[in-house]
Design a protein around this ligand. Structure first.
Ligand code: ADP
Ligand code: MG
Length: 202
């Protein structure tokens, strides 16, 4: 599943770059693609024996290879999710909800952004809440990830109505209105990639 996420991030390089270029410096697609190439290579060579190892390796490789704000932010999104979690052999809804709950807290602690600041948190937090809700309702993994994808998508739409409080767009004020946040778009893409992979690999 993570190899598929990597593939989709690499394919979305230009799209993410274009979104970032509207109100940022245009490097988000290139950065994410660099991170995806790094974690793909590492996952292919490393033997990850459990769910935690896959998340940890993915995040560490993004942090090492990407640099900049988003390397830390997206690296933390993956590796911060499993830092305090007992090792799991199987990815089920409860595990995924727990991982993204931790991950959202870790990114917020690291980057100090909250919902409404026009960052990836505007997609990550609602996606994480959707997973928690789905877990509470006893939904299966596919349906839960589909809920998270939808919540992240709504988060991306929500960022269009916001002025930025973090990152390079923060100096733009009202000029950022109407444009979606690049990092939020990446979060949506990651959940979408998970869902598409599950659809193909039932
Ligand atoms: P840079 O801002 O260094 O050019 P990128 O363009 O790769 O890095 O990533 C920009 C994205 O990073 C933004 O769209 C936003 O979603 C996210 N981001 C920036 N700062 C923060 C922060 N403090 N907390 C959470 N996300 C952030
Ligand atoms: Mg940028």
């Amino acid at each position: 599943m993570f190899l598929h996420i990597g593939e989709e991030i690499i394919n979305a390089k230009d799209m993410l770059g274009k979104i970032d270029s509207e109100i940022g410096d245009g490097d988000h697609g290139a950065g994410m693609a660099t991170g995806a190439e790094a974690f793909t290579a590492k996952l292919q060579e490393a033997s990850c024996h459990n769910v935690n190892a896959v998340f940890k390796v993915t995040g560490m490789e993004m942090m090492k290879s990407m640099g900049g704000a988003s390397g830390v932010i997206f690296g933390t999104m993956f590796s911060g999710g499993v830092k305090n979690l007992p090792a799991k052999e199987t990815l089920d809804t409860n595990t995924l909800a727990a991982i993204f709950g931790e991950s959202t807290e870790a990114v917020k602690k690291r980057g100090k952004a909250s919902v409404g600041d026009k960052t990836m948190i505007d997609a990550l937090e609602p996606a994480s809440e959707a997973l928690k809700k789905a877990a509470g309702e006893g939904k299966g993994l596919y349906d839960s990830v589909a809920d998270a994808e939808e919540a992240a998508n709504q988060g991306v739409e929500y960022t269009k109505n916001l002025e930025a409080k973090f990152g390079r767009a923060k100096t733009l004020g009202e000029r950022a209105l109407g444009f979606q946040d690049a990092g939020a778009t990446s979060v949506w893409l990651i959940f979408k990639s998970m869902r598409v992979w599950m659809e193909k690999n039932e």
